[in-house]
Design a binder for this molecule. Structure first.
Ligand SMILES: NC(=O)C1=CN([C@@H]2O[C@H](COP(=O)(O)OP(=O)(O)OC[C@H]3O[C@@H](n4cnc5c(N)ncnc54)[C@H](O)[C@@H]3O)[C@@H](O)[C@H]2O)C=CC1
Ligand SMILES: NCC(=O)COP(=O)(O)O
Length: 353
């Protein structure tokens, strides 16, 4: 990437007993100069200890404002200090650290909305550990939307999209049991997701005329109602609505034949009806370069596609590529947004009042 955002990206701590710190340190060592500058909100001492454990030479420098990060980044890893309640054992999460994990997310969002950071890149949290610590949200996606709403953006409807070069997938229902996902599926949710995805593909992914595939829910697309009516009652009307709005959408299409290479050539993004229908294909096709992007927020947020991987935390085995892709994706989205704002300002300046 030749151009970099004007401001640094804010990276959250994630679950400190997971692989977040490992991939953060590895990314800085392996790609430092080629990465968009960022700072992390974490406890400096624990990152120093983790670097030592992993045998990585990472000078950690505590900063007090994001503005210091850009100059610091190429010599040392800039860290905005967030203290933890108790010491971290890789692979053994402790809910007492949940408030620090949440505070790191809160601060990253506040700094981004406050114009001090370019966007938010989150490291993986353990939803279960945060829930034990009192967190009531299913995941980042929903929590980030609530933070945006509290900050004065009431209409925020977050949409999860996972993206790699080969495919983009959107789970229309997200963090629900499969039973609840099926019951809660509505035409409105599909249309809302389709509209947001089409707009975001135009704004951030250079797809001026995005083509959206819409997956069926049931085997064989419901076999004309013999194997379920959701296609007839819910999904087809949503596709028709999207088409009526000028969006190039097609479906419902049986999901089992939507993800082979020739099928993927036929669309820019695929709306899927539940979490695993979307995430199994992308994680199978390109686990190490998938990026989770939250669309519809008033700020840019990306994340690696994987989780905390407790089994390999602190071992040096974690692959940082998805995190690196998340940083690059966030930076690219920030730059596209900056260009669009500039173009709009120029257009306004040339419009007679
Ligand atoms: N954005 C986020 O905060 C996310 C958080 N999670 C959370 O992560 C926790 C664990 O979830 P799992 O389903 O076990 O998925 P996981 O992604 O943590 O692990 C699945 C498998 O992939 C491996 N793996 C994951 N990332 C890797 C990497 N960078 N390099 C090498 N191997 C890697 C793990 O060792 C494990 O074998 C859950 O609590 C879940 O909620 C899961 C996905 C996203
Ligand atoms: N499987 C994706 C995932 O769980 C990420 O959720 P979020 O924390 O980004 O909302």
């Amino acid at each position: 990437m030749s151009r970099m955002p004007k401001l640094p990206l804010a990276v959250t701590m994630g679950e400190p007993a997971g692989i977040g710190g490992d991939i953060l340190l590895k990314a800085w060592v392996e790609h430092g100069g080629a990465l968009p500058p960022f700072f992390v909100i974490d406890e400096p001492a624990r990152l120093i200890g983790l670097a030592r454990r992993l045998g990585l030479e990472v000078p950690v420098r505590e900063i007090t404002t994001p503005a210091e990060a850009r100059d610091t980044f190429h010599q040392a890893l800039p860290v905005l200090a967030q203290s933890l309640a108790t010491s971290v054992i890789p692979g053994s999460p402790d809910p007492r650290n949940a408030p620090a994990v949440i505070a790191s997310i809160d601060r990253a969002v506040a700094l981004t909305l406050g114009g001090e950071a370019a966007g938010v890149v989150t490291l993986p949290i353990s939803k279960h550990i945060l829930h034990q610590g009192g967190f009531t949200h299913p995941g980042h996606t929903e929590y980030l939307a609530e933070l945006a709403q509290k900050a004065g953006h009431p209409a925020v409807a977050p949409i999860m999209m996972l993206s790699c070069d080969a495919v983009k997938v959107i789970p229309v229902t997200v963090h629900l049991s499969l039973r609840d996902a099926i019951v809660s599926l509505t035409s409105e949710a599909i249309v809302t997701a389709g509209r947001q995805v089409a707009q975001s593909l135009r704004d951030f992914f250079a797809r001026p005329n995005p083509r959206l595939a819409v997956a069926a829910l049931n085997p064989h697309g419901g076999e004309n109602g013999d194997m379920g009516r959701e296609e007839i009652d819910i999904i087809a009307p949503a596709v028709a609505q999207l088409q009526a709005e000028g969006i190039d959408a097609f479906g419902p299409t049986p999901a089992d034949t939507l993800f082979h290479p020739e099928a993927r050539d036929g669309y820019d993004a695929c709306l899927c009806m539940y979490h695993d229908q979307a995430l199994i294909p992308i994680k199978t096709i390109d686990f190490h370069h998938g990026v989770n992007v939250t669309l519809g927020l008033p700020f840019i947020r990306t994340s690696p596609d994987h989780g905390t991987a407790f089994g390999i935390a602190g071992s040096g085995k974690a692959n940082p590529s998805s995190f690196v892709a998340a940083l690059r994706q966030a930076a690219e989205m920030v730059i596209r947004h900056e260009r669009a704002v500039l173009a709009a300002e120029r257009a306004a300046a040339h419009t007679p009042s």
